[in-house]
Design a protein around this ligand. Structure first.
Ligand SMILES: CC(C)(COP(=O)(O)OP(=O)(O)OC[C@H]1O[C@@H](n2cnc3c(N)ncnc32)[C@H](O)[C@@H]1OP(=O)(O)O)[C@@H](O)C(=O)NCCC(=O)NCCS
Length: 178
């Protein structure tokens, strides 16, 4: 059976039509690592490639599944689904560092990352974190700026022999008492 939204997606082909109301954020499970890696690779190759060279993209868009699975055990992780399909994911380190936030290009600019960040901010409040930080790509910088993160440093990082620019950004949450 094809739902109304699926029918629209078929009609529009590549241009997926997604209602913001269909976005669901849930804690990620270990078996979601494969979906997350797919999103990661596509987001870099199709979205971040507007801001980084071919060589930089090739160096960045690589993921070792075992390393990811191990890292996920030490992070809070969420998966976003849109129309029931994996659409984005985020990882938060315990001290309040957003290590990753990636959205599949099919769902770009439909509010998926904003929904993930909303969940991260709720968690930061629950954990009484004073600030959230991230190392935002050139591509992600306007997204974080839109959500009131400010740039505290421009950085050059080495990734498999390629030098990539990113920005240390922070947001004051200010929930700590005393
Ligand atoms: C950055 C990223 C996570 C944003 O995801 P998204 O789901 O498309 O973001 P949202 O739809 O929630 O965007 C919310 C707002 O942020 C701003 N924004 C998001 N992407 C933007 C862009 N490329 N340029 C300018 N503003 C942008 C806009 O104000 C947007 O609102 P609008 O669409 O109504 O104008 C996504 O583009 C991505 O995965 N990029 C490639 C990978 C990457 O760089 N990840 C981050 C590593 S630190």
């Amino acid at each position: 059976m094809v739902s109304g939204t699926d029918a629209l997606s078929i009609l529009y082909g590549e241009l997926s039509v997604v209602s913001a109301h269909s976005i669901i954020i849930r804690p990620a499970h270990p078996e979601d690592v494969d979906s997350a890696i797919q999103i990661f690779v596509q987001a870099i190759r199709k979205t971040a490639s507007a801001d980084y060279s071919r060589e930089q993209v090739d160096a960045w868009a690589q993921a070792d599944r075992q390393l990811w699975a191990r890292r996920w055990r030490g992070c809070l992780t969420w998966l976003a689904t849109a129309n029931g399909k994996p659409a984005g994911f985020a990882e938060l380190k315990p001290q309040g560092h957003i290590h990753m936030i990636f959205v599949h290009p099919s769902f770009a600019r439909t509010g998926v990352a904003s929904a993930l960040l909303g969940r991260i901010e709720e968690t930061a409040v629950e954990h009484q974190l004073a600030t959230l930080s991230t190392d935002a790509s050139i591509t992600a910088r306007p997204f974080f700026a839109r959500h009131e993160f400010r740039v505290v440093a421009r950085q050059e990082v080495l990734c498999r022999g390629q030098r990539l620019t990113n920005f240390r950004m922070e947001k004051f949450i200010g929930t700590q008492s005393g």
